[in-house]
Design a protein around this ligand. Structure first.
Ligand code: SAM
Ligand code: SF4
Length: 478
């Protein structure tokens, strides 16, 4: 449990685990005089945003720290996708009350989607919060901090149609020096009825491809071996420059993928998230063409029932989704890793709808899945128009069934890898032993193998000898 000194709570390793996917800023060696601690929750886009925030604040004499007790500025970069994501932040803030009472000069800021959703209400409800900053307002942080230092509460939740932070070089936080995230676009123009993202992250905009290629090239030159291109719907990436009013050619996601793949064959390229309505054959053929573009696609389904998909406003039905899966298998083969997102217990979902979700899982046999019980989000189209009428115990039971089925399939898919050799990029040590390394295969499978003389950032051919539903175990071969 946590170490509690008087009233000051310091996170230990166990607490950090409890924070689930929270990422904590690391100690930055710097001559900066002020310390900044950032805790990031939710999706990879949030983790990438925290790196932009650290970069903006470095210009203002802040260096990041992993020790909350030495920070004068504490930022929580939050998620609002489900109610429990917001509750987690509220609990975290409760934990910070004793620290704030003890160290009056500590300032606390809430960034990200929860800040955008709740705006000034967050200041009213959480008295220890000094600053509320939405995802498009990070350039304004230095001014907002000044305002707070002058004794005011500060808020900026303006959503932009242009901001992509293209010119800002992120400071890599919690980095293994091997893999890095690159945001290629922001916001989302889809209006999935359950989702809060269009309201918290604003309209979709794509980032200048040249700045993306430059960022990836710089990372490769610094020794990074893998980049993940991030967007809520990468397949709708579209960039067109305008010189003297003349429109130049359009850069699509397939074009961008190719540009990044061509930087160096030793730089692996991943991307997330693909949308079933937008993923094209052109993208699939680009993945096939380049050995360094990973053969792995995260293709959220959300449901296997066409009726529910329509209510969710996903703009595809079960057959369309299946045809995309078939196309992936046709072009990239059975080995291509595929993962899903699935929501259990969406409004009006019947047992038949739920069975259709299970049968979709059986059809696809995904390698991996992220599965959630439906959580109604205020002011979304579903909250306004549909009744959240599936009882919580039914949602939980259906979710458990989906998770159990996915686990069977993950094990089955992992077993297919036993006896095969994969090129693994070493990302770190195994959690259990410093004598073993861990890294991912092209298909995004985590593989553990004896360290021998290999090190972080090496590509190693690993023969898989055994597996569980979560991990492959193997040994290096020539
Ligand atoms: N842009 C991605 C897409 O279209 O698939 C997903 C982005 S969202 C941050 C990640 C996942 O959270 C979604 O795919 C969905 O499964 C889940 N999610 C979103 N809103 C939800 C809600 N209200 N309740 C439960 N799960 C939700
Ligand atoms: Fe949300 Fe749908 Fe946009 Fe994904 S595509 S972020 S689920 S609105």
């Amino acid at each position: 449990m946590a170490l509690v000194t008087n009233s000051l709570k310091i996170l230990n390793e166990e607490d950090k685990k409890d924070l689930d996917v929270a990422r904590i800023s690391e100690d930055e060696k710097s001559t900066a005089s002020r310390k900044l601690y950032i805790e990031s929750y939710g999706c990879q886009m949030n983790f990438a945003d925290s790196e932009i925030v650290a970069s903006i604040l470095r210009e203002n004499d802040f260096a990041t720290t992993s020790k909350i007790e030495e920070a004068e500025l504490i930022l929580l970069n939050t998620c609002a996708i489900r109610d429990n994501a917001e509750q987690k932040i509220r609990h975290r803030l409760q934990h910070l009350v004793p620290m704030k009472n003890k160290r009056k000069n500590v300032k606390i800021g809430i960034l990200g989607c929860m800040a955008e959703r709740l705006k000034t209400k967050l200041l009213e409800e959480e008295r220890i919060v000094d600053m509320v900053v939405g995802p498009d307002s990070y350039r304004d942080l230095p001014n907002l901090i000044n305002e707070v230092e002058e004794g005011h509460k500060a808020v900026n939740v303006f959503l932009s149609r242009e901001e992509t932070y293209a010119d800002i070089t992120p400071i890599r936080l919690d980095s293994n020096g091997v893999t890095a995230l690159i945001s290629i676009m922001r916001g989302c123009d889809n209006m999935c009825s359950f989702c809060v993202v269009p309201y918290t992250r604003g309209r979709e905009r794509s980032r200048d491809p040249h700045s993306i290629v430059k960022e990836a090239t710089d990372l490769f030159n610094q020794g990074y071996k893998e980049v993940t291109l991030l967007g809520q719907n990468v397949d709708s990436y579209k960039w067109q420059s305008s010189i003297d009013g003349q429109q130049s050619t359009v850069v699509t996601f397939a074009n961008l993928l190719e540009m990044v793949a061509q930087i160096n064959p030793d730089l692996r390229v991943r991307f997330s998230t693909s949308h079933p309505k937008d993923i094209t054959d052109e993208v699939l053929y680009t993945i096939k063409k380049y050995d360094n573009v990973c053969k792995y696609i995260h293709l959220p389904a959300q449901s296997g029932s066409s009726r529910i998909l329509e209510l969710m406003n996903r703009t595809y039905d079960r057959n369309w989704y299946i045809s995309k899966i078939d196309r992936i298998r046709e072009i990239l083969g059975d080995e291509c890793g595929i993962s899903q997102d699935m929501i259990a217990g969406f409004c009006t979902e019947t047992e038949e709808d739920h069975q259709e979700t299970l049968s979709l899982l059986d059809y696809v046999k995904y390698d991996y899945g992220y599965m959630f019980a439906y959580s109604e989000r205020p002011n979304t189209p579903a909250a306004k128009k549909l009744k959240d009428d599936v009882p919580e115990d039914v949602k939980s039971r259906r979710l458990a069934e989906i998770i159990a089925r996915q686990r069977e399939h993950s094990f089955e898919r992992n077993q297919m890898s036993v006896g095969k050799v994969y090129k693994v990029l070493v990302e770190g040590f195994s959690k259990r032993s410093k004598e073993h390394l861990s890294g991912r295969s092209d298909q995004n499978k985590m593989i553990i193998f004896p360290k021998e003389n290999f090190k972080l950032g090496d590509y190693v051919n690993v023969l898989v000898t055994e597996c569980s539903s979560a991990t492959l175990i193997g040994k290096a071969v020539e």
